[in-house]
Design a protein around this ligand. Structure first.
Ligand code: SF4
Length: 193
């Protein structure tokens, strides 16, 4: 089902993470991806009909209340399969003074073919662009493989900010145990986690 206006199809949300970009960040994992990168650590996000629909205003109310975050990170899944939701979420975050980072499997050239990309990029600080390539795996914080391009759209961050203090995180939130961070892939059997 295609999300309606002001709605996004999500896989999951982490209210506060420190391994998905600089500072503490709300992380929004979009549902749906067509890339099928070998070695993807989030295959559960691929089904475009999976996950759940959420109103974007409610997403912010739920996620930013009582939370001192520096910004948001959009990940997935592939955020740009839902460009309208990316636009609405990024604009809302920008208006709240939050920084916006997007991790995508698309290259910068592919992103430029999206009609609304210029409009979206006005509200975005950084895009981590390009497919995950397992043979170039580095697993440095939010950077999965060495081919990934860090594209700065504002002066808020520099490339140095993407050298993380830690690469992995276990979060216990509302009775659930959530693993995030690329190095977890090396340490856990995801089928049994
Ligand atoms: S783009 Fe991301 S979510 Fe999609 S298959 Fe590649 S690594 Fe997985």
């Amino acid at each position: 089902m295609i999300p309606q206006n002001n709605t996004v199809r999500l896989h999951s949300v982490i209210a506060k993470s420190s391994v998905n970009g600089p500072g503490e960040r709300l992380v929004i994992f979009f549902q749906g991806c067509e890339k099928k990168c070998h070695g993807c650590i989030n295959p559960q996000t691929h089904d475009k009909n999976g996950g759940y629909l959420m109103n974007i205003d409610e997403l912010f109310e739920f996620s930013t209340e009582n939370s001192s975050i520096e910004g948001i990170t959009l990940s997935g899944g592939e955020p740009f399969l839902q460009p309208k939701a990316v636009y609405e979420i990024s604009k809302k975050a920008y208006q709240l003074g939050l920084s916006v980072i997007i991790s995508t499997g698309l290259t910068l050239d592919e992103l430029k073919l999206i009609p609304s990309f210029n409009k979206i990029s006005r509200y975005v600080d950084v895009i981590i662009a390009g497919p995950y390539q397992h043979h170039e795996r580095v697993a440095i914080g939010i950077i999965g493989s060495a081919n990934k391009q860090i594209v700065l759209f504002s002066s808020r961050y520099s490339l140095q900010d993407f050298i993380p203090k830690r690469n992995m995180e276990i979060i216990i939130e509302k009775g659930k145990v959530i693993g995030t961070g690329t190095s977890l892939y090396d340490n856990f059997d995801w089928k049994t986690f």
